[in-house]
Design a protein around this ligand. Sequence first.
Ligand SMILES: O=P(O)(O)O[C@H]1O[C@H](CO)[C@@H](O)[C@H]1O
Ligand SMILES: O=c1cc[nH]c(=O)[nH]1
Length: 238
Amino acid sequence: MSTPHNTAEKGQIASTVLMPGDPLRAKYIAETYLDNVSEFNHVRGMLGFTGTYQGKPVSVMGSGMGIPSIGIYSYELFHHYGVDNIIRLGSSGSYVEGLNLFDVVMATAAWSASTYALAQSGYDKDLTYPSTQLNAQLKESAQRLGKELVEGVVHSSDVFYYHGVDKAAYIEKLNREHGCICIDMESFALFHNAALNGKRAATLLTISDTLKGEKQSISSADRELALTNMMEIALGIL
Ligand SMILES: O=P(O)(O)O[C@H]1O[C@H](CO)[C@@H](O)[C@H]1O
Ligand SMILES: O=c1cc[nH]c(=O)[nH]1
């Protein structure tokens, strides 16, 4: 039952998967929050674990960076392993003033110039959407835990290092024309794979960089811990 990228047997992965980009963040979540943990994958270092949270089964697996990488892993989870829900837990750069370091964003849509969905299935729109059911559960979880969530459209970019273009003007335009409030590099493909497979996906992002106004960032050493609020909101839906 394994795939070229995942050695898990069917049944080893829970129906809900939390999916940070960084596989070491997946390990951190498993070690910090889960009981009865077993590793189901380490092909290419893309660590995946299944355990229980307050008695409920849940898995956590890295997606890697970018649309092609999460495109592979999330498609396999939905299509080959029968996973029902994937919640991406990522870091993000904010596009608007007032969206500050450590704020947690819940995506209401992902806008992208990527051709991933067109090439994969002929989908020719530039927006994909998360599950309204998962988003409602995440909102309810955040409220119960007394944690704030900002809702908005995420720009899923193929580019981290812009070169020779006016990045500030591009960010302005994405905000003005498409309502993007922050950037990631994966949600567009994740939401599309969920829709193709009749499954559910959602994205929570912690602001790790401010890209408008005064530039600030969380250090990579602090990122793991900075993501605590987002992880607890996601685990709260179980
Ligand atoms: O923290 P993760 O989930 O990796 O998310 C963000 O960080 C990476 C870039 O540094 C990209 O993958 C982007 O989407
Ligand atoms: O994609 C990302 C994620 C975090 N910070 C950025 O600047 N870009």
